[in-house]
Design a protein around this ligand. Structure first.
Ligand SMILES: Cc1ncc(C[n+]2csc(CCOP(=O)(O)OP(=O)(O)O)c2C)c(N)n1
Ligand SMILES: [Mg+2]
Length: 662
């Protein structure tokens, strides 16, 4: 028998047997893609199974992540630290071979791609990272950053809107080392896609400016080889390879049908597959001869060794560039960055001025941008509104370090996740807070994967004014704050904004959302100790002048509302404290003693003030407190009028306080 078929059959058998054993999973895609994978991993993909993080490896993203058994099987066969027991434990509690290829749990998994289409965009980000690093660091004779990014996508990925966003931008950016393999099997969960997915995919990608290699028989090894050969020839465009495959290839009854997509084939059908493929081995048993043909450890070692040798001569020829590249690869921030932004925060304190926090954020970027070269920013066509382009950043299209993502929030966020996953960059991405929802699932995946990625969300409340309720966020802050592993900051003035940026950059195990106003906010005065407490996420901004009776908790633009209410209440003889809480998650991470010092348990009369949905704050104000918030959609009018009309004003806070105090 043709040995490549045998090697592919090893994937098929592992996939169908693991899914059968788990009684859960997707055998169809791995069985359909096995021939393509066999050619790719053995002949084209450059990787080192013994060092999955080798920086110059080719990246491979399985965007149709339900086919995870394809990946687990190939990682196992090529020599990664994925054992046959890992395969046996597919989808079991705490196993490394999780339901979808979850990032960080199994060596060789480049990203988490359960949600269809996002892997495509992640791959675009990875290819962009490679392109930009190559531009910055490669020198004559030293192509130290030089790898391809491969992605496999299914019908589902290409139906998803995000694939349109990401493919469109990838075409424009000319990501020539991006190669996407389309698993065209005409099947998705509901059955034959001819009833709901009929566009000409090849022409669609040609229209995006891609090189398209069409009509490749995904079960003909020669044809696949030829297609990959062509895809690796130099081009100025990304490449799409359309492979026609049979889902569940080898299964006589279920193959070619949705029945092979997402459930075990069943013992009878599996027996027939063994017969049809001529694979007589027991489940989870692969002959040594096939293992040794798959084994890529020697080749991988050699590839990495060659790169390391190149890096050491590069270090001699270009010592500064080389140490900068190594720093970037290791994800270490440059010396002095922290001092720079802290000084800026201090200056913001002493030279207090009324300013939009989005502009304060722009000023932070002005000081950080030139120094922190790994920052790669962009906005979904709201650059001037988000204040995300620092002075001198330059547009990416003219060789600068600022990317116009276009009006593509979801694509932007997932592409930037890819930049982060690749390494060498810390991306930040801007849009209006309300349009975070367009990007929502990519935000979620950034947190799930623990990525360094800073989300800049401006126009953070009804205070944005005339654009009206479609643009005025209400429930979004709660959404962000209840997202696990997301740091959220909603600063009230320049110093808080600068500290938010500092803390966001310090994070290495997850993303951060910085939520900013469109409108000006008043500067708050702080002594040195109070200033130092900003980084604790919540702190006493204003101390009561007599026995503490009431605590006002506020964030962002409502801190000044709370302050004005406190002026009035103090004048009326009440002891009122104002707590600024720019980051709830950060505050919650403080010691019990610290939290008690800010919010003493026995002070039960508390009012939270925030121009957003009130429910979130109940956890801090309890049943004896109150929230001045907004539980309806906004209104179109000048910002201050909308705020007042919806009750975000000092008089209302005073009234709520009096109600509770008397
Ligand atoms: C965003 C998103 N929507 C829905 C799903 C559920 N889902 C998983 S696979 C699938 C069908 C995918 O079809 P295709 O990509 O053609 O995969 P194939 O059946 O060919 O393996 C769906 C709807 C998902 N994982 N992600
Ligand atoms: Mg399909």
């Amino acid at each position: 028998m043709d040995t490549s078929k045998e090697r592919a059959n090893a994937i098929r058998a592992l996939a169908m047997d693991a899914v059968q054993q788990a009684n859960s999973g997707h055998p169809g895609a791995p069985m359909g893609l096995a021939d393509v994978a066999e050619v790719l991993w053995r002949n084209y993909l450059r990787f080192n199974p013994k060092n999955p993080n080798w920086f110059n490896r080719d990246r491979f993203v399985l965007s149709n992540g339900h086919g995870s058994m394809l990946l687990y099987a190939v990682l196992h066969l090529t020599g990664y630290d994925v054992t046959i027991d890992d395969i046996r434990n597919f989808r079991q509690l705490h196993s490394r071979t999780a339901g979808h290829p979850e990032y960080g749990e199994c060596p060789g998994i480049e990203t988490t791609t359960g949600p269809l289409g996002q892997g495509f965009a992640n791959a675009v980000g990875m290819a962009l990272a490679e392109q930009q690093l190559a531009n910055d660091f490669n020198r004559e004779g030293f192509s130290v950053v030089d790898h391809r990014t491969w992605a496999c996508v299914g019908d589902g990925c290409l139906m998803e809107g995000i694939s349109h966003e990401a493919a469109s931008l990838a075409g424009t950016l000319g990501l020539d080392k991006l190669i996407v393999i389309y698993d065209s099997n005409g099947i998705s969960i509901d059955g034959e896609t001819k009833y709901w997915f009929t566009e000409n995919v090849a022409n669609r990608f040609k229209a995006y400016g891609w090189r398209v290699i069409d009509d490749v028989d995904g079960h003909d090894v020669q044809a696949i080889n030829r297609a990959f050969e062509t895809a690796c020839e130099p081009s100025d465009r990304p490449t799409l390879i359309c492979c026609t495959t049979t889902i569940g290839y080898g299964a006589p009854n279920k193959g070619g049908t949705a029945g092979a997509h997402g459930s075990p084939l069943g013992d009878d059908e599996i027996a027939l597959v063994r017969e049809q493929l001529g694979w007589s081995h027991e489940p989870f048993s692969v002959p040594d001869s096939i293992y040794s043909e798959w084994d890529s450890t020697e080749r991988g070692k050699r590839l990495e060794y060659e790169w390391k040798s190149l890096m050491s001569t590069y270090a001699e020829a270009h010592p500064e560039l080389s140490s900068e590249l190594v720093r970037r690869i290791e994800g270490e921030l440059p010396e002095g960055w922290n001092e720079t932004i802290t000084e800026f925060a201090q200056r913001g304190q002493t030279e207090a001025a009324s300013l939009e926090t989005r502009k304060a954020s722009g000023q932070c970027l002005d000081v950080l941008g030139p120094k922190v070269t790994e920052l790669l920013g962009g906005s979904a066509d709201l650059t001037g509104s988000n204040n995300t382009q620092w002075n001198g950043a330059g547009w990416l299209w003219e060789g600068g370090r600022y990317l116009n993502y276009g009006v593509r929030e979801f694509g932007m966020t997932a592409i930037a996740n890819g930049l982060s996953l690749h390494g060498g960059f810390i991306p930040y991405t801007g849009t209006f807070l309300v349009f975070m929802e367009y990007a929502r699932n990519a935000v979620r995946l950034a947190t799930l994967m623990g990525l360094r990625h800073i989300f800049v969300y401006t126009h953070d409340s009804v205070g944005l004014g005339e654009d009206g309720p479609t643009h005025q966020p209400i429930e979004q802050l709660t959404n962000l704050r209840t997202t696990p592993n997301l740091a959220v900051w909603r600063p009230c003035d320049v110093p808080e904004t600068a500290i938010a940026w500092r803390e966001a950059l310090k994070r290495t195990d997850g993303p951060c959302a910085i939520v900013l106003t469109r409108q000006k906010t008043q500067p708050q005065s702080r002594d040195a100790e109070t200033f130092g407490n900003i980084a604790k996420g919540g702190y006493t901004l204003r101390r009561e002048s007599s026995t503490l009776q009431l605590i006002l908790i506020a964030t962002g633009s409502e801190v000044e509302v709370a302050q004005a209410a406190a002026d009035q209440l103090e004048a009326d003889g009440y002891g009122v404290r104002v707590v600024s809480m720019p980051s709830v998650d950060r505050f919650q991470a403080q010691t019990v003693d610290y939290r008690e010092s800010v919010l003493p348990k026995d002070v039960r009369i508390r009012i939270a003030v925030e121009a957003a949905h009130p429910d979130y704050w109940r956890r801090f104000v309890g049943l004896d407190g109150d929230v001045v918030g907004i539980a309806r959609y906004g209104l179109s009018a000048p910002g201050p009028e909308v705020m007042a009309e919806l009750g975000i004003k000092p008089e209302n806070v005073v009234q709520a306080a009096v109600n509770l105090l008397t």
